[in-house]
Ligand binder design. Sequence first.
Ligand code: PLP
Length: 405
Amino acid sequence: MTGSFPLAARASGLVGSVIDSSTSLLHRQTHDVVRFAMGSPAAEAIPSRLAELAADVLGPDAADAYDYAATEGDPPLREALLSVLRGTTDETTADRLTITAGGMQGLDLACKLFVDPGDLVVVESPTYTNGSATALSYGAELLEVPVDEEGMIVEALPELVRRSGRTPKAVYAIPTFQNPSGATLSLDRRGRLLDLAGSWGAVVIDDDPYGELRFEGAALPSLRELGGGDPLVFSVRTFSKTIAPGLRVGWVDAAPELQPLLVNAKQAMDTCTNLPAQRLVAAFLAGGHLDEHLARIREEYQRRKRAMQDALTEHLGDLAGARWTDPAGGFFLWVTLPGVDTVALAEVALAEGVAFIPGPAFSPTGRFPDAARLCFASTTPERTVEGVARLRRAVETLPPAARRC
Ligand SMILES: Cc1ncc(COP(=O)(O)O)c(C=O)c1O
């Protein structure tokens, strides 16, 4: 009912997020629900050390932690971050770094700087629709490119772009343990993607929140590293998956020439990132706790992935064509149940006591009607078994029409 408001044209591009709305939906439930929906770290994986550090860093003698902060980020966090990134594929320099309110703000800043109404933005299909929604909110037109086990099918991109009759302005890529498919863009495709984007003069929005959460196989260089300082690579990172999402602390790594613009854009958005949260993250990093924490959660997430795969085999393995991915890291399994309408299933499943995100939520044009994203990271193996059993019961209770989509 917005007809009587003098809304800006861009308001009609605000599509919201089925993923984020699941948090409110779950708060409203009064029965027991196993939560495979949000891409949240396990409650047990939130470092208990944060609470200990909070007493020192945010305690009675730390009044300055409640002031406004520098827009580009609080110096102790910037220093600690540069130091933990040293020697990693995301090593960077102070002139490229801007601290943000999580990865979402990095995506918003990227689109604010690069996307005009009507610009063509390439996205993976399926994609993290909060990212594509951000591009839409700036008036982008989206070009969906299919994903296989090696990530975005970059080989298909030139022809899809040719058919669109346009030159892309930006490519939004989630190269490692992609949300939602779990796929990782191969080294060869990483190189090709950078070359193609370069040939179009398009910016690559390199959104890589899960790269540090590899529990199998060998790490690949980030797009950021492969770009070697290419000004068209705009990297978005966050502590949401590696430390805690509620802190809302992340960073952007971009060409130094962009930093004044990023600061101006952020000042017109939120002035600065929450200072108590920055101080807490800085203390955690400077205390040398990150490596040990990552080692612990990688192992636990691998155990949880396997538990979910085993439970799926046990409870859904007999459904014709049922299949799921086997990611080497990250948070998600992408499950395909041929013929099952997963939007209808999500509703029945919630009543049955299990929540997940249906496939169409990951495509701006509503593709993947028989797919689902299940987060294995948040839930203990024991609860996961119960949740998948509930999912099977939900499939059984679906009306016949919803099993023939
Ligand atoms: C691919 C991707 N990008 C960005 C984000 C947003 O990160 P944050 O919660 O730090 O804003 C997420 C969170 O789920 C994500 O999966």
